[in-house]
Ligand binder design. Structure first.
Ligand SMILES: [Zn+2]
Ligand SMILES: [Zn+2]
Length: 192
C-alpha cells in the first residue's frame, strides 16, 4: 500500500520496477466522508489500474467494523455506468471532472467521489506502475472509544435506556451486553 498518512506532502518514491511511458494518463479521485461529506482521501491512479485497485486502496473505518460482515458488496457509480466488475480498467469508463460519483462498499457505506484531475504523467509523479494507486492526501478519522470501559472501540450506540441519564451512550460489544436492551434502541456505530 502506498498510503501516505495525512499526506499533504506525499513523498514521491524512488523509481523501481516497470517505468511508465511519458504519455500515460493519470486520474485523481477524491473521496468524501460518507456522513459528514468532508474530503477524506485523494488517490492518483493510472488509466491502466482497475477499480479493484482503487477499492483496495481507499481506507474507511467501515472496513474494520464487524457490522456489515457478509456483505462485501462493492459498487462504483460513474455517471451512467454502474461498475460491479471491479476488474474494469479506469480507461474503459468515460470520466468527467467534478461530477459527483459514488462508491459503495461493505454493502452499506456510501461515499461521494469526484474525479478532480485528469492529465498526463509528469516528472514530479511516481514513475513506476507499482507505485499506483498513489495516496496524495488522507485525513485523520475519528472513532470513539467505549464510554463505559474507555478501552475498546465503540461499536454500538445505545439510546433511551432507563438506566442511563443521558440520551445515548457509545459502547463496545462487551459493555453493551451488560445492559438490558429490550426496551431501548441499539444502533451500530462506525465512526463520526
Ligand atoms: Zn466507507
Ligand atoms: Zn466497553
Amino acid at each position: 500500500m502506498n498510503a501516505e498518512k495525512n499526506g499533504l506532502n506525499a513523498k514521491v518514491p524512488e523509481k523501481s520496477g516497470e517505468e511508465l511511458p511519458w504519455d500515460k494518463v493519470l486520474v485523481t479521485f477524491t473521496f468524501y466522508h460518507p456522513v459528514h461529506k468532508f474530503k477524506t482521501q485523494e488517490w492518483l491512479i493510472t488509466e491502466d489500474n482497475t477499480f479493484e485497485d482503487l477499492h483496495q486502496s481507499v481506507q474507511c473505518l467501515a472496513n474494520f467494523c464487524e457490522f456489515g460482515v457478509g456483505s462485501e458488496k462493492v459498487v462504483f457509480r460513474i455517471g451512467e455506468a454502474i461498475i460491479k466488475n471491479l476488474k474494469t480498467e479506469i480507461s474503459q469508463i468515460p470520466l468527467k471532472i467534478g461530477e459527483i460519483y459514488t462508491y459503495l462498499h461493505k454493502g452499506i457505506c456510501q461515499h461521494d467521489m469526484i474525479v478532480s484531475d485528469i492529465r498526463l504523467l509528469n516528472k514530479n509523479d511516481p514513475q513506476s506502475l507499482s507505485h499506483y494507486p498513489f495516496c496524495l492526501f488522507s485525513s485523520k478519522t475519528k472513532r470513539r472509544t467505549c464510554e463505559l470501559c474507555s478501552k475498546s472501540h465503540a461499536k454500538f450506540v445505545l439510546f433511551n435506556n432507563r438506566l442511563i441519564p443521558i440520551a445515548f451512550l457509545y459502547l463496545c460489544e462487551n459493555c453493551l451486553n451488560l445492559f438490558e436492551t429490550s426496551t431501548s434502541e441499539v444502533y451500530p456505530y462506525l465512526y463520526d
